[in-house]
Design a protein. Structure first.
Length: 277
């Protein structure tokens, strides 16, 4: 009788582990795609929690999912980042100044986020608000993508333009807006190509992801649970793979196509959320 109970316990543990790994895989796919595609990660996480019944993946998993995306950006844009670092500078001053533009564009969200983050989390986390913002902010992306041609090069971006993009990024504090979506919209409105808009947006994610991960990393390090550590490692690896593939797909897609499929997807996804939630 005890042997039967023992094997039943083992089966239960294995089933729970399999479910947890499946959840991590889904979260990694969501993280990898929605972090860099101009769609809303908040909206997708709401849908996932609705289907799975899992309302919170935990600080550890969340941190390592973001770290996976961070390392994917470093890997894909290795040459761009290497040329931005002082010890690798060459005569191309325009590319060297890209680091300054990214830093400048990051400052607004740090300042605004410091003052309004708690307020936004308390009053704007409503699923219906997220669904509506997912739909509404798809419209300017469609408009500027269609109406604005390509008249500027990223290497020639002015500091004032990087600041404008940084200011629009503060809107991403509102769940459903999409950080990548709003920054790509701003870049397109300023006349940058689709691929350059995506490139700057993705590079701009580095300080944001690193800052958020650093704040929670102390709690991760303080955890002595081996299984939790293993799950975190799996989360990071899967997120790295899905994020890298998502970046590669997006950059290739935008060289020959438009943002329209993402706009249509956002609107349909927002409608589904409104009807379901």
């Amino acid at each position: 009788m005890r042997i039967i109970k023992f094997f039943d316990t083992i089966k239960t543990i294995n089933l729970e582990n399999n479910i947890q790994i499946l959840n991590i895989l889904i979260l990694a796919i969501i993280q990898g795609a929605t972090e860099f595609f101009p769609v809303s990660s908040s909206a997708h996480l709401i849908l996932f929690s609705k289907i799975s019944g899992q309302t919170d993946q935990g600080l550890v998993i969340d941190t390592f999912l973001h770290l996976g995306s961070f390392f994917a950006v470093l890997a894909y844009f290795y040459n761009d980042i290497r040329l931005m670092l002082p010890q690798f500078r060459h005569t191309d001053s325009a590319k060297n100044s890209l680091l300054i533009k990214i830093i400048l564009a990051t400052i607004p969200i740090l300042i605004v986020g410091f003052f309004v983050y708690d307020f936004v989390e308390e009053y704007f986390r409503d699923p219906k608000i997220i669904a509506w913002t997912t739909i509404i902010f798809a419209i300017p992306l469609f408009y500027f993508d269609k109406k604005r041609g390509t008249k500027n090069l990223l290497n020639n971006m002015r500091l004032s333009q990087s600041l404008i993009i940084g200011l629009t990024q503060t809107l991403a504090l509102i769940p459903g807006v999409s950080r990548s979506g709003i920054t790509m919209t701003a870049s397109r409105s300023l006349g940058y190509s689709r691929s350059d808009s995506a490139r700057f947006s993705i590079l701009l994610s580095l300080p944001t992801i690193l800052g958020a991960s650093t704040l929670s990393l102390n709690k991760v390090i303080g955890s002595g649970d081996f299984h939790l550590g293993l799950e975190a490692l799996i989360s990071c690896i899967l997120s790295f793979i899905t994020s890298y593939l998502a970046i590669a797909f997006l950059m290739k897609w935008l060289k020959k196509a438009t943002f329209t499929p993402f706009v249509i997807y956002r609107i349909l996804f927002g409608i589904i959320l409104l009807l379901w939630l």
